[in-house]
Design a protein around this ligand. Structure first.
Ligand SMILES: [Zn+2]
Ligand SMILES: [Zn+2]
Length: 359
């Protein structure tokens, strides 16, 4: 439409130039005596026509360029929208969305578990059903927006090789006209950034622990748990702190924790570590302090001590979470950082000392 308007505007302009020049031409101001009225008119008329012809050709060329440009960009828009609506593009996008939706589902389940201090009785089955529901809502969306009939069946939610990941297997079938797709999609969901539900379940009988930013303040919840379970020296874990948000430790191999300020930084950041003895994320949701899957461990840190002089002979349960919540074996106190007269300490057994390079 705009192009037509531009062309008609040019056409009108040419006509108006024709009209103005012919009607309002002032012959009186010219030296009519010398060249004569008719000659002058013919001469002027000729040059006006030449000028008008050039102007017309110029406008014609501009119009052609504009038309070509317009049609090229119009073609680009059409092909771009065909791409974003294309069958393969929509399926690819859908498949990429499965781990995103899965993480939302797991995060919601974790929040419920923490809020209610109530373990999930079968986290894999619950997560699987919830992802299924979310994907079914998406099916209606693709049908309405792209006219593609997508069907999803979540086959399993399971542990992969990496304890920082949860794997989801989904059968995706899709159809639109003659195009069809069928594939088992394996999605990897990172658990980094999710909360650790385990401490809230282990301390649920006396839940005085609270979330404090990316940390957990245990108050007297952990010492209460230790008293209840007849564990060694509960007092040392009064007002202990732990990690709330799952983050993978950057100090790998773990032996370098003993060097410089690595252990201090690891504790400050609340990093989690791979552990064959620690429980995996899905089992943490079920309130299991340990499981047969390859899992995670994190340190629970006693309140810093004042004025420590010499070696501390005091002992308690080793501070790795799977030891405190499941295995219950003792460790010695080590100071990993000191400033002025305040010592930051850990309770750690020999095997964990060796794992983290603390001699
Ligand atoms: Zn670490
Ligand atoms: Zn497990």
């Amino acid at each position: 439409m705009k192009l037509l308007e531009v062309i008609s505007l040019y056409y009108k302009k040419i006509n108006s130039i024709k009209n103005i020049n012919f009607k309002s031409f002032d012959f009186k101001n010219y030296h009519l005596k010398r060249i004569g009225k008719n000659n002058l008119f013919k001469e002027k008329k000729g040059s006006i026509f030449t000028g008008l012809s050039l102007l017309f050709i110029f406008c014609f060329i501009i119009s052609i360029i504009l038309i070509l440009n317009f049609s090229i960009s119009y073609q680009e828009i059409i092909s771009a929208s065909e791409d974003s609506n294309s069958f393969n593009y929509v399926i690819e996008n859908h498949n990429k969305n499965i781990p995103v939706l899965s993480k939302v589902v797991i995060s919601k389940l974790t929040d419920d578990v923490i809020k209610n201090h109530n373990p999930s009785y079968d986290s894999r089955e619950i997560v699987k059903d919830e992802i299924q529901k979310k994907l079914e809502k998406q099916e209606e969306y693709y049908q309405l927006k792209n006219g593609i009939n997508i069907e999803n069946e979540v086959l399993s939610v399971y542990n992969g090789k990496d304890p920082f990941h949860i794997n989801v297997k989904t059968l995706v079938n899709a159809k639109k006209g003659k195009e069809s797709y069928s594939n088992v999609v394996e999605s990897v969901v990172s658990i980094e950034g999710l909360k650790d539900p385990l401490p809230f379940l282990m301390c649920r009988e006396h839940p005085t622990l609270i979330e404090n930013g990316t940390k957990i303040d245990y108050n007297d919840a952990l010492s209460y748990y230790m008293v209840k379970n007849g564990l060694l020296n509960p007092k040392i874990y009064e007002n202990a702190t732990g990690s709330l948000i799952i983050r993978k430790c950057i100090y790998d191999p773990y032996k370098i924790h003993g060097e410089g300020y690595c252990m201090k930084n690891c504790i400050d950041n609340g990093y989690f570590h791979e552990s064959a003895d620690g429980s995996c994320y899905l089992c943490r949701l079920e309130g299991k302090g340990s499981c047969y899957h390859y899992g995670l461990e994190v340190f629970i840190v006693p309140q810093p001590k004042k004025n420590i002089n010499g070696n501390i002979t005091e002992k308690s349960i080793s501070g790795s979470d799977h030891v405190l919540f499941n295995d219950h074996y003792p460790g010695n106190i080590v100071e990993f950082f000191k400033k002025d007269d305040i010592s930051e300490i850990l309770v750690i057994d020999d095997s964990h000392r060796a794992k983290y390079g603390i001699l």
